[in-house]
Design a binder for this molecule. Structure first.
Ligand code: GLU
Length: 424
């Protein structure tokens, strides 16, 4: 529709622009009403805070933190908090919107949000990270809440930080509020299966896509970029399902073994090697950027945004890309990938297993009850499979990519919810 600005042609390597580019295309195909398009194109709330924190040497350093609430049309906003030196408000804005679409794709009753703190946790002590985390929760006292906005782990954060967030929020509230964050340690109300949930969802959607493409998992070769929580679990689960994982990578570079890497060995090596694969003896080392260009059946980027761009998209030698990370493909690469017949399972579907089990964690916290791991896996697998099928069917019906189909599924649901709720 003409009121929706045409998709921009420049700077689609900015994650927010990439997100907006796909959002616009999906909105145009849906014939979305202008009012709801305008509501969804800007985040509801953007909070920027400065947090003075005492460092171990007694000096005081001021850190900048963000929380962007993109939408709460479908429910309280949900999304992780990222600790990274390269965090920017624009990136957090894109990540928050992706959470809105992601929750809608898998049909869980949440809106979308994201947080970030500009810091380098690798160069900070546990005490410094704890003080920074508590300062962030104090600064976000009026933002967070189990019915308002619910943080979770993301890059640079995990169970430890979630425990501190839960504790700090609870201290301020004067009662234990376990449902204010997800991704907590099990003993504090964390859910069984949450750690591997994103990787598991990546595996389920990969197998679903392989079935459509008639790729036999037992004869497939898989390349995985990123060996953090998402990449390592996805690698392990793909290996369990018969795939040969021929290359993995982390910040230290790529590791290739054409005969297949033993993922359990790689995980053990990383765990006993200060958290990196540096020196992993069972593979040849290559440049991390070259890893993406290895010939394979499935490429799983599970690290950062914008790793597949106009600059390397034409040289990819895979049949299938499954986006374990948020935003790994810049919008300027979409056309090349499509033209070359590579199928992409987009981030807002492929990595939604994490937030799905976060939702189960929140439900268990509210019930004051614990589900078994089998129940969690069965339910999340069912959601991931049925979401894949819904997205696939839309893609077939409208002759669009799975990515645009996933945006269409999400935007349509949110538009319907908005039409019931109404504006001012
Ligand atoms: N940070 C994760 C994501 O990007 C999980 C969010 C959550 O569980 O709320 O999906």
């Amino acid at each position: 529709m003409s009121y929706i600005e045409p998709a921009p042609i420049k700077d689609k390597e900015n994650p927010f622009e990439s997100m907006m580019f796909r959002f616009r295309i999906a909105s145009q195909i849906l014939g979305l009403n202008e009012e709801i398009y305008n509501v969804l194109k800007s985040p509801d709330k953007q909070v920027i805070v400065s947090m003075p924190v005492t460092m171990d040497d007694g000096s005081i350093r001021v850190f900048e933190g963000y929380r962007v609430i993109h939408s709460n049309i479908l429910g309280p906003s949900k999304g992780g908090v990222r600790y990274d030196n390269n965090v920017t408000l624009d990136e957090v804005k894109a990540l928050a919107a992706w959470m809105t679409w992601k929750c809608a794709v898998v049909d869980i009753p949440y809106g979308g949000a994201k947080g970030g703190i500009k810091c380098n946790p690798r160069q900070m002590s546990a005490g410094e990270i704890e003080r920074l985390t508590r300062a962030y929760v104090i600064a976000m006292a009026n933002v967070f809440g189990p019915d308002r906005d619910i943080p979770a782990p993301d890059m640079g954060t995990g169970q430890r930080e979630m425990a501190w967030m839960m504790d700090q929020y609870s201290r301020q509230a004067g009662i234990t509020v376990s449902g204010v964050v997800t991704g907590k340690p099990i003993i504090l109300g964390g859910s069984l299966g949450r750690m591997e949930a994103t990787g598991r969802g990546v595996m389920i959607t990969t197998l679903s896509a392989m079935e459509k493409l008639k790729i036999n998992p037992y004869q497939s070769r898989c390349v995985i970029q990123g060996f953090g929580n998402v990449g390592s679990h996805a690698a392990l689960l793909m290996e369990e399902r018969g795939a040969k994982v021929i290359a993995i990578s982390d910040i230290t570079g790529g590791y290739v073994n054409e005969n297949g890497i033993d993922i359990e060995n790689a995980i053990n090596y990383r765990n006993n090697n200060g958290g990196t694969l540096e020196g992993f003896p069972e593979a040849d080392k290559i440049n991390g950027d070259d890893l993406l260009l290895i010939e394979c059946d499935v490429l799983i980027p599970a690290a950062l945004e914008d790793v597949i761009t106009i600059h390397n998209a034409g040289r990819l030698r895979t049949k299938l890309i499954v986006e374990g990370a948020n935003g790994p493909t810049a919008a300027n690469a979409d056309e090349i990938i499509e033209r070359n017949g590579i199928v992409v399972v987009p981030d807002i579907l492929a990595n939604a297993g994490g937030v799905t089990v976060s939702y189960f964690e929140w439900v268990q916290n509210r019930l004051g009850y614990k589900w078994t791991k089998e129940r969690i896996s069965r339910r999340s697998d069912r959601i991931m499979k049925s979401s894949f099928t819904q997205v696939y069917d839309i893609a077939q019906k409208y002759n669009v990519s799975l990515r645009i189909a996933a945006y269409m599924l999400a935007i349509d649901k949110i538009a319907k919810a908005y039409s019931h709720r109404g504006g001012f």
